[in-house]
Ligand binder design. Structure first.
Ligand code: 15L
Length: 273
């Protein structure tokens, strides 16, 4: 369960997509105190509904189903879709067509704030000796990163044209602990993930914001100066895991593209045909 104390603003109904995934399962527990009704969606099994939960399985490429998902919802946390490098078809269906359906549904149903799970793979081809911010051009490291850049751009358009606010979370590596040396820079603890999502939902004015989802790590490649208005204050750090991560990878081949680039292993996954 959550150990995080955050500014409380209770929503009547929140929608969490991708609720059966790794981060979805975390946020399912952690968002419940922030709303009366938590609507949960996924294509994978969601188990049984607890009090206050509404289960609504839906495929993102099914427009009527996505429209129904957003009915009478105050805000959305959109984790749904493909979250790793995969062949084009599933990425097209969930991350391109599906995200379009989500924003069209928000427009028609009058939903005014979305927290969109983007990814560090939107900028994965920057080098690990560079520090970037949200105004630097995208450099996706695969089709997955390209699809997340599409979601960022689509949400920008829906803000400019329709006033739907979006916070795009370029999530680093959100796991119980950093698994390798790269994750010393990219790690986002589950408690900080919760802090980031709640700050994104409750900031008085979010506009269209891109924020890198990371803990307060000593090694960092990302500068969140353009997201200071969210009030996100990470409280965890990868530093206590440094010795273990370094012992796991005592040497690094600095000519290997996986070691050079921020996207790590993603820079060489695929093509699949
Ligand atoms: C992501 O976007 C993935 O969803 C996640 O599984 C991790 O691999 C993460 O990036 C990462 O870069 O570590």
């Amino acid at each position: 369960m959550s150990s995080v104390t955050t500014a409380s603003l209770k929503f009547r109904r929140l929608l969490l997509t991708g609720a059966a995934g790794g981060l979805g399962r975390q946020l399912r527990q952690r968002l419940k105190p922030h709303c009366e009704h938590l609507r949960l969606s996924d294509i994978a099994d969601l188990g049984d509904a607890s009090p206050g939960e509404e289960l609504m399985p839906a495929r993102l490429e099914d427009a009527p189903a996505v429209h129904a998902l957003l009915h009478e919802v105050d805000a959305v946390v959109h984790l749904g879709g493909v979250s790793t490098e995969q062949p084009w078809q599933p990425i097209l269906e969930a991350n391109i067509i599906g995200v379009y359906h989500l924003y069209e549904a928000a427009r028609k149903q009058g939903v005014k704030r979305i927290v969109f799970a983007s990814s560090n793979h939107v900028t994965g081809f920057y080098r690990q000796d560079e520090v970037i911010d949200a105004h630097d051009p995208v450099r996706p490291d695969g089709l997955y990163g390209v699809s997340k850049a599409f979601g960022e751009n689509l949400s920008r358009f829906y803000f400019d044209r329709h006033g739907i606010e979006t916070v795009c979370l370029r999530i680093g590596s959100s796991f119980p602990e950093p698994r390798d040396r790269r994750m010393l820079a990219t790690w986002l603890s589950y408690d900080d993930l919760e802090r980031l999502v709640v700050a994104s939902l409750t900031a008085p004015l979010a506009g269209h914001t891109i924020v890198f989802g990371m803990s307060d790590n000593t090694t960092t490649w990302w500068d969140n100066r353009h997201a200071a208005h969210l009030g996100y204050r990470p409280q965890d750090s990868s530093e206590p895991f440094r010795a273990t991560a370094q012992a796991r990878q005592p040497t690094l081949d600095i000519t290997d593209p996986v070691v050079v680039h921020q996207g790590g292993g993603f820079v060489r996954i695929g093509p699949f045909e």
